[in-house]
Design a protein around this ligand. Structure first.
Ligand code: COI
Length: 363
């Protein structure tokens, strides 16, 4: 493995954490992993204390958003071990996003090894409460100080970690979602399938408007016909209609290939339930609701895990789902995915990558 130089923080900030009110993305662990891309190569791999970073006012990314990121999680198991859930899948997706944004790839095995080392070093920051986890956020951005619009020549990769509770205040309780007929997250041929800042910037106005109206988030429709269901922005979306699990297909190129989406689909298929990935229109959802065959709706995401939707509102019409309570499929998925993550259930697909804690160093 390429050498990672380690500079330890002189003291820890862990006493600042309010473990009973973790929220999401509020606290940041003592160390970060950093690598810089210069003259065509990633170099200067290091773990250093978390802290302010200086950038010049002309740094291209703060103007043009050439940045990509990932989200994955580490879990403390009852037996004292630590699992990272499907990190190779995130490393691969980071490189997919990198290609979309003209950012140089980073070795996937090396990234996972660096994450293991970082998590081992800051292992005390992994929450002890069941359901809470250490969120791992890799981010890569252009570093050139230049105002022309082109791909940067220099880049920085940072991995930071953050102890977190549920993403939504509702936790595993159902959320209210507004079907957005005004804003669009991404269009075919755009950046929708990349995990890049632009997609989240595009969701901020919609999310704010929805929150002010009492919704947790919006459900985006496609940007052309405004008829096809896409994603929530912070999670993918799934519909159980008449015993069949239907979720938007990735082939449109405008939604994110979620790791939890993939995990949920694999599990549901293994349970003998029909899974269909295809374009799904909002009219079809409304028709299923009217016919009484819309059994469950839920979101999937690393931050959100499984988030049941208790109500969808479209064009002013309310569609209560499963009586506003979590349905059995969403509950089974939540229990199974978190059971695997926390090492309580068998891991048939070998999704967990274990972190070696004794030495704090992974070979
Ligand atoms: C995630 O689920 O990891 C996300 O990136 C969603 C959001 C926190 C940006």
């Amino acid at each position: 493995m390429d050498h990672i130089a380690i500079t330890k923080a002189p003291s820890t900030r862990i006493h600042e954490v309010d473990w009973k009110n973790l929220g999401f993305g509020v606290y940041f662990s003592d160390h970060i992993f950093v690598a810089d891309y210069r003259d065509g190569a990633w170099e200067d791999l290091r773990i250093i204390p978390y802290g302010p970073m200086s950038v010049e006012p002309s740094m291209c990314t703060i103007h043009y958003g050439q940045s990509i990121f990932e989200g994955l999680k580490a879990f403390r198991t009852k037996s004292g071990g630590v699992n990272i859930f499907r990190p190779y899948k995130n490393a691969k997706r980071l490189n997919y996003s990198a290609e979309m944004l003209c950012i140089p790839a980073f070795d996937e095995t090396l990234l996972v090894a660096a994450i293991q080392q970082l998590v081992a070093l800051d292992q005390e920051w992994i929450p002890r409460e069941r359901g809470h986890s250490l969120y791992i956020r890799p981010v890569v951005f252009g570093t050139d100080n230049f105002l022309g619009v082109r791909a940067s020549q220099g880049y920085r990769l940072i991995v930071m970690t953050s102890p977190v509770a549920s993403y939504y205040a509702e936790g595993i309780n159902p959320v209210r979602i507004l079907v957005d007929t005004t804003h669009v997250r991404a269009v075919r041929g755009g950046l929708g399938s990349a995990k890049t800042a632009a997609n989240y910037a595009a969701s901020i106005h919609a999310g704010k408007t929805a929150k002010e109206a009492g919704f947790a988030q919006v459900l985006f429709l496609d940007g052309v016909s405004r008829e096809i269901v896409e994603e929530v922005g912070t999670m993918n979306i799934m519909f159980l209609i008449d015993g069949e699990l239907i979720t938007p297909a990735l082939s449109q190129g405008s939604i994110l290939a979620g790791v939890t989406r993939d995990s949920a689909l694999a599990l549901v298929r293994s349970w003998g339930i029909t899974v269909t990935e295809r374009p799904l229109s909002i009219d079809e959802v409304v028709a299923a609701h009217t016919a009484g065959t819309l059994q469950e709706v839920f979101g999937t995401g690393t931050a959100a895990v499984i988030s049941p939707v208790g109500e969808l509102v479209y064009n002013g019409e309310s569609m209560p789902i499963h009586g506003g309570t979590i349905g059995p499929l969403a509950q089974r998925l939540y229990d199974t995915i978190t059971g695997i993550q926390f090492g309580e259930l068998e891991d048939p697909y070998e999704w967990n990558v274990h972190v070696q804690l004794e030495s704090g160093v992974v070979a």
